[in-house]
Design a protein around this ligand. Structure first.
Ligand code: NAP
Length: 349
């Protein structure tokens, strides 16, 4: 690395509702570290790809949650794929590709125990480590299998179905013999969901969506995998089968709202005896390796397809890309390319 400085992005001001470009985050230039700055069991990582996640908006709120908020002045939290450029750990050598929660930064010094070596599975690519084999794939896996308790013949409805998590949920549900209806925000995404094997897919921005949804759920829903909350959750509640399971994975429609709303059809939970359960993927950390093995096998066998939307432009592009995530810019996993790859990763994509 010939550069004398590197860039990171820090939280400058907590947004009240939507992220405010140029105000919420600030860029910071830092002196470039080198091997001599490492303590024992630390590694110096150069980031290549940054994962953008809907949950990031929640991490900016100063309130109790499953994880502490990002503090003002702190580097914005985020998972990244990086390459080890210096190491004082026997576990990681220079040139290794790894994942770590190193954040919105070009380079980072990270404790070796917080760094995961990256393995590319057969039929796989490096960036799968932030997608199908990363936290979104694992969320899909544990959400639909452990929380949804899916079984053959279930009628499963998935919101946010063409995103990183939703697209994997739909495919696992099909692999397990369910009938699947996917919901997404564009006709292209609807088309992709059908290519993935969904029995039906609907564009929730279609003016006729509510009536089409009622028509498509005549048989009533066994499992609802919810990524979005809001009106779609309300509609799903109105079509729930008695003793159905509602997998509460996310509520992206509410994340940017200063006054988030809960479901109006709440009483359906009682009358239909719905089991509605929230979860956080971290709850299943002890089983990640097992799940990755099965997901890798499905990838290798071509039983799971995936798309990714990679935004170029380095860290400068991260803020806008995050704003665009909430507008549905992505099909499949959304990533920012932190550093144009000239030395090998690109050829494996
Ligand atoms: N519980 C957990 O441990 C856990 C872990 C990871 C993710 N999650 C949650 O899972 C959900 C999906 O996350 P992801 O990382 O896979 O993101 P993603 O689905 O790849 O991307 C977000 C998608 O949400 C849709 N969307 C945005 N605003 C919406 C709105 N107002 N109404 C309906 N859809 C909207 C957009 O697609 P359209 O074009 O279809 O609108 C967008 O592409 C999020 O709610 C996230 O917080 C939970």
């Amino acid at each position: 690395m010939a550069q004398s400085t590197y860039t990171s992005v820090v939280l400058a001001k907590r947004p009240a509702a939507e992220i405010v470009p140029g105000e919420t985050f600030a860029k910071k230039e830092n002196p470039m570290p080198s091997e001599k700055d490492l303590k024992d069991d630390q590694v110096l990582i150069e980031n290549l790809y940054l994962s953008l996640d809907p949950a990031m908006r929640g991490w900016l709120n100063d309130r109790r949650s499953y994880i502490p908020p990002v503090q003002i002045g702190e580097i914005m939290r985020g998972m990244a794929i990086g390459r080890v450029v210096a190491s004082k750990s026997p576990k990681h050598k220079v040139g290794d590709y790894v994942t770590a929660t190193s954040g919105w930064t070009e380079v980072a010094i990270v404790p070796a125990k917080e760094v995961t070596p990256l393995e590319v599975s057969a039929n796989g690519k490096v960036t799968d480590a932030l997608g199908v084999l990363g936290l979104t794939g694992l969320t899909a896996y544990f959400g639909i299998l452990e929380i949804g308790q899916i079984k053959e013949g279930d009628f499963v409805v998935v919101s946010g179905a063409a995103g990183a998590t939703g697209s994997v949920v739909c495919q696992i549900a099909k692999l397990k013999g369910a009938k699947v209806l996917g919901l997404a925000g564009t006709d292209d995404k609807v088309q992709w969901l059908k290519e993935l094997g969904c029995d039906a897919a609907l564009n929730y921005k279609d003016p006729e969506f509510a009536s089409k949804f009622r028509e498509s759920t005549k048989d009533l829903i066994d499992v609802f995998f919810d990524n979005v909350g809001g009106d779609i959750l309300d509609l799903a509640l109105s079509r729930a089968k008695p003793f159905s399971r509602f997998v509460m994975c996310g509520a992206i429609s509410q994340y940017n709202s200063a006054a988030p709303v809960g479901p109006k059809n709440f009483a359906m939970i009682i009358s239909m005896r719905i089991k509605l359960q929230g979860f956080i993927v971290f709850d299943f950390a002890a089983k990640y390796a097992e799940a990755r093995k099965e997901l890798s096998q499905w990838l290798a066998e071509g039983k799971i397809q995936r798309k990714e939307t990679i935004i170029k432009g380095g860290l400068n592009a991260a803020e806008q890309a995050l704003l665009d995530l909430y507008k549905g810019v992505n099909t499949g996993k959304l990533l920012v390319e932190v550093k144009p790859e000239e030395s090998g990763v690109g050829s494996r994509l």
